[in-house]
Write a protein that binds this ligand. Structure first.
Ligand code: DON
Length: 304
């Protein structure tokens, strides 16, 4: 058995100098207040054992990582129909780009760019009546932490500066690709992104993707095939126009967020979370990617 605890401590020391490379996201003003010197990492093994290092128990804003959970929920209710409304191809453009949306007549390239995530949230809203609440419920039940919640200040901060997402939602609506009112979709989307969690809870909450869809309670949440498909979309689209670089360096399905978190999955083995708020040019944590690169290189664990 590998000394995972020792490896995580070594990695935390290794990446500390990288924490000031890159920029903390400030287009959502309240995210810009977070110190770039934070770094946390957690590994949750499929057998339930947990390893952590650094600031792994400090909560942060999960942002786009929430898109994994909203997609998983939609697939759990309604396996295939979402794919009529969103493609599953890498976009090669930034997460908030609108350039392809008009060319593709209102069908977003994948569910993890903002336009695609708005469509998924819209579908979840139709299916459940409360998309953000459903995401929160899943995060709570899978992590076992019933106090996980939306950071209302972050949600309001994003809503106050959400012109780009609002324009995307209106463009989607103009193509008939929203089922609910634009304002309601945006409200749910901002709230799901503003979920505040630490590395430990996020690793536990993502573990169903390493267990072929089996939930924390032992029952199937997703089928093995659905779980495979969510992981596949994470691999190809989870880190936006850096998905190729992420696959090259880390070799795992992963999903980033502009709060500086990343979730990566080793199917059959574990989920891994990292958090370092300073982002590279593609909106992914610089220290986080370096930590995952070091982890898969040191353990030899990857999907390739
Ligand atoms: O919609 C936004 O811009 C943010 N709520 C989420 C973006 C995000 O996290 C992109 N990930 N790296």
């Amino acid at each position: 058995m590998k000394d995972l605890q020792g490896i995580l401590h070594e990695i935390a020391d290794l990446v500390a100098p990288l924490c000031r490379q890159g920029e903390v996201a400030s287009y959502i003003p309240s995210l810009g207040e977070v110190s770039p010197d934070n770094f946390g990492m957690c590994v949750a093994m499929a057998d339930g054992s947990i390893y952590g290092a650094g600031d792994w128990r400090t909560p942060f804003s999960i942002q786009s990582i929430s898109k994994v959970f909203s997609l998983a929920l939609v697939m759990s209710y309604d396996y295939e129909s979402i794919w009529k409304r969103v493609f599953r191809e890498p976009s090669g453009t930034p997460f908030n780009s609108m350039i392809q949306l008009e060319a593709d007549r209102g069908i977003p390239r994948n569910p993890f760019i903002n336009a695609g995530a708005l469509v998924v949230t819209d579908r979840l809203l139709t299916l459940t009546g409360d998309a953000a609440g459903s995401v929160r419920g899943l995060l709570r039940s899978e992590s076992g932490n019933a106090s996980i919640d939306i950071d209302a200040v972050v949600a309001a901060s994003e809503a106050d500066h959400g012109h780009r997402n609002a324009s995307m939602a209106h463009l989607l609506a103009s193509y008939g690709n929203l089922e609910n009112p634009v304002d309601l979709v945006l409200e749910n989307y901002f709230k799901q992104c503003a979920m505040e969690m630490n590395c430990e809870d996020l690793a536990k909450a993502s573990l169903f993707l390493a267990r072929q869809g089996v939930s924390a309670g032992g029952s199937p949440f997703l089928s093995p095939n659905q779980s495979k498909r969510v992981n596949a979309v994470m691999l190809t689209c989870g880190t936006y126009d850096a998905a190729g670089e992420f696959a090259y360096r880390v070799g795992l399905p992963g999903k980033s967020g502009v709060g500086g978190g990343i979730v990566a999955i080793i199917p059959g083995r574990c989920s891994i979370t990292v958090w370092g708020p300073a982002l590279g040019p593609n909106g992914n944590s610089v220290a986080g990617i370096a930590a995952l690169d070091a982890f898969t290189s040191r353990t030899g664990w990857s999907i390739f």
